[in-house]
Design a protein around this ligand. Structure first.
Ligand code: URA
Length: 433
């Protein structure tokens, strides 16, 4: 087999066989397929697409290109969740303990922030002492003992995806639905859970900018999961404005704890309950989504999920006292309030600009090797559909970098629009699928 023949086949719109895809993915790591050939293949896939069978085969090969996590020693049906990435998305911090507190085991691998999107591991690391690194045996043992562990993704997980993604990033081929779907699902399949719930974000702060593309991505990922023997569900959720009112790391941990206490922001609480109820359904806890919703709601309000969060944090070396004393979390030295320049209704609260402002303040990474400032971020006092008076606070910037304030202030001022005419505010759940 020769790589060039496979590129020509895809360029001409022909379907590749599983053997050809295996040759290609193995060649990525062995060097038999060069970077320029892999890049040409990505462009051919971008232009021609992949069939469902090809997408599943590509996912499986990438999933098996490195370490796969064997969770069989964990009792019960293990459920994972994945968000395609957004701004203010601290959902795992709430849904993982919520679901675990109802007896569905959560053995989760999460990522770090890059660019304007946040990462669960960075948020958790803002808790003093929290350790996201564990041997697999310890990971399995933790889930067996307390029902939950959240660890950082290792470099050995789906390494072929890492190679391909770095080429896609510089060849204009990131935005291909089969490539995004197989990239995300290869890591989920390698991470070993029996069931997967996908939160596909849609809007300015998401990969998918419109509902039809978000549906295609959700369907592609559900097809992959089901065809590879994982019970998979998806939900499409809004990412035109950030989730909740906190964007950053320690500020998002505080907001997650508020939510576990039942006093979190409405949109974020609603999203958490929708994701958690799907995880419960996939995990077989009840027969209908409605039943799972009511179980999730009752459990959140009972304090049981917060107790599980405390136990989870303590198990991974973190200080559980942060749940009662937010002062134990990192606090930024500089705080600056931005006020509205007019009176009216907020009609734009742009997730992408707010995510970028938060990154400039130190909460995110421009490059993978950048260091995070866990205390930095943005607090939103006003969101879509809310009334604001001229001179009233609209957002607060938090940072330890005084020299970042000017740039972030400009970004935040552009992120908001206030109008005399109110526009409808979409529900956070765009498509329950
Ligand atoms: N996230 C991934 O892991 N892969 C993609 O291709 C896009 C987002």
């Amino acid at each position: 087999m020769r790589a060039v023949d496979l590129i020509i086949a895809k360029r001409d719109g022909r379907e590749l066989t599983p053997e050809q895809i295996r040759f290609f993915v193995r060649g990525l790591l062995s060097g038999e397929v060069s970077d320029y050939q892999a890049s040409a293949m990505c462009m051919a896939i971008y232009l021609r697409g992949l069939t469902d069978a090809e997408t599943a085969a590509l996912t499986l090969e990438m999933a098996h290109s490195g370490e796969t996590v064997d969770l069989s020693a964990i009792k019960g049906f293990k459920v994972d969740k994945h968000s395609t990435g957004g701004v203010g998305d601290k959902t795992t911090l709430v849904v993982a303990p919520l679901v675990a507190s109802l007896g569905v085991p959560v053995a989760k691998m999460s990522g770090r922030s890059l660019g304007y999107t946040g990462g669960t591991i960075d948020k958790l690391e803002s808790i003093p002492g929290f350790n996201p690194f564990m041997e697999i045996s310890e990971f399995v043992d933790s889930v067996n003992r307390i029902g939950i562990a959240v660890v950082g993704q290792t470099k050995d997980l789906a390494p072929a995806d890492r190679v391909l993604y770095s080429l896609r990033d510089v060849t204009g081929t990131v935005e291909s639905i089969p490539l995004i779907a197989s990239s995300i699902m290869s890591k989920k399949i390698a991470a070993g859970a029996d069931g997967i719930v996908l939160d596909v974000k849609c809007g300015s702060g998401a990969f998918m900018k419109n509902l039809s593309d978000a549906r295609l991505l959700a369907e592609a990922m559900v097809n992959i999961g089901e065809s590879l023997g994982r019970r998979t569900m998806a939900v499409i959720t809004a990412m035109d404005q950030p989730l909740g009112r906190a964007v950053g790391n320690s500020v998002e941990v505080k907001e997650a704890i508020d939510t576990l206490r039942g006093t979190g922001p409405e949109d974020f609480t609603r999203l958490c309950l929708e994701v958690a109820s799907r995880m419960l359904l996939v995990g077989g806890l009840a027969d209908s989504l409605e039943e799972c919703r009511s179980l999730a709601r009752r459990t959140l309000l009972s304090g049981q999920a917060l107790a599980k969060f405390r136990q989870f944090v303590e198990n991974q070396g973190g200080n559980p006292e942060v749940c009662e004393s937010y002062d134990l979390l990192p606090n930024a030295r500089y705080q600056e309030v931005i006020v509205s320049s007019s009176t009216g209704t907020v009609v734009r609260c742009d997730a992408l600009s707010i995510g970028n402002a938060s990154m400039v303040l130190g909460a995110g990474r421009r490059k993978a090797e950048d260091r995070i400032d866990h205390s930095a971020g943005v607090l939103l006092h006003k969101k879509l559909g809310e009334q604001v008076e001229e001179g009233e606070p609209i957002a607060t910037m938090l940072t330890n970098r005084r020299d970042a304030l000017d740039e972030a202030r400009n970004m935040l001022s552009e992120a908001f629009s206030v109008s005399d005419v109110a526009a409808p505010v979409p529900d956070v759940i765009l498509d329950p699928l």
